[in-house]
Design a protein around this ligand. Structure first.
Ligand SMILES: O=C(O)CCCC[C@@H]1SC[C@@H]2NC(=O)N[C@@H]21
Length: 246
């Protein structure tokens, strides 16, 4: 358990099995009261970004935070940075390995350069945000063809075994802490912290959107959370893309 304890007013629901914690969140959205973390020990139909499947072998972490948030979509989307920072903090707190983890725009946490986790934001109803987080604690899924980063897992990379509930008990207060910073001070401190921990700042990147590919130097993340690349055609601010390291 984190030294801060479980965030006041938040509920925790632990399921042995579900199709997807995102689906579980969607079913609960209409009657949602307090912010709720839904953890599943097994998902039979986990989903990733852009319609991809997310497989989590036994012992991995799969959870969704669902809460009411009456904010414009652009501000809601900044929770992806909040989630990544919170996950990085929770992992550092539990492993004491601050240098092993890096952030990848917009919301991945890398371990020794491999894909350790995935974060997915959805809105399962008006004014409701669901943030799904998967972490390869004990086993790596099969790499997808063409995957930018090989999946890695915490146990084989570090020799450390964490339980899903142990991670949740650090992640929930870490998320609440970063979320409070966003609400109080705006995106500035989140952006600064993310830039401090992000991989490949100042180095070449490839950003692929659904329709285009941009190659350039990773200059910064702007005030709206977009990736800023300096390309041969000039500076480009890219709101959403998959990132590859050339
Ligand atoms: O594609 C990605 O990188 C995002 C993956 C998100 C996976 C998590 S696991 C918990 C939650 N439930 C799901 O079905 N997906 C998210």
């Amino acid at each position: 358990m984190s030294s801060e304890g479980w965030p006041p007013g938040h509920e925790k629901l632990v399921l042995e099995e579900t199709d997807s914690t995102m689906m579980e969140a969607q079913r609960r959205a209409p009657s949602l009261g307090s912010p709720t973390w839904i953890l599943a020990h097994r998902q039979t139909a986990g989903r990733g970004r852009r319609g991809r499947a997310w497989t989590d072998p036994a012992g991995n972490f799969a959870a969704t935070l669902i809460q009411r948030m009456d904010e414009p979509p652009a501000k809601l989307a900044l929770r992806s940075f909040v989630a990544a920072l919170a996950l990085r903090d929770a992992l550092v707190e539990l492993t004491h390995l601050p240098d092993a983890f890096a952030l990848k725009w917009p919301n991945d946490v890398l371990l020794n350069g491999g894909k350790l986790s995935g974060i997915l934001l959805e809105s399962p109803g008006a004014g409701v945000l669901a943030i799904g987080i998967g972490v390869n604690l004990r086993a790596s899924p099969e790499p997808e063809p063409g995957a930018a980063f090989p999946p890695v897992n915490l146990r084989s990379e570090t020799g450390i075994t964490l339980g899903p509930e142990q991670l949740l008990d650090s992640l929930a207060p870490a998320f609440a802490r970063w979320d409070t910073r966003l609400r109080t001070y705006g995106f500035g401190p989140i952006r600064t912290a993310f830039l401090n921990g992000v991989a490949r700042l100042g180095q070449p990147l490839i950003a692929r959107t659904l329709t285009e590919e941009f190659r350039g130097t990773f200059e910064t993340i702007d005030e709206s959370g977009s990736l800023v690349l300096v390309t041969p055609e000039g500076r480009r601010a890219i709101p959403a893309a998959d990132i590859f390291f050339p």
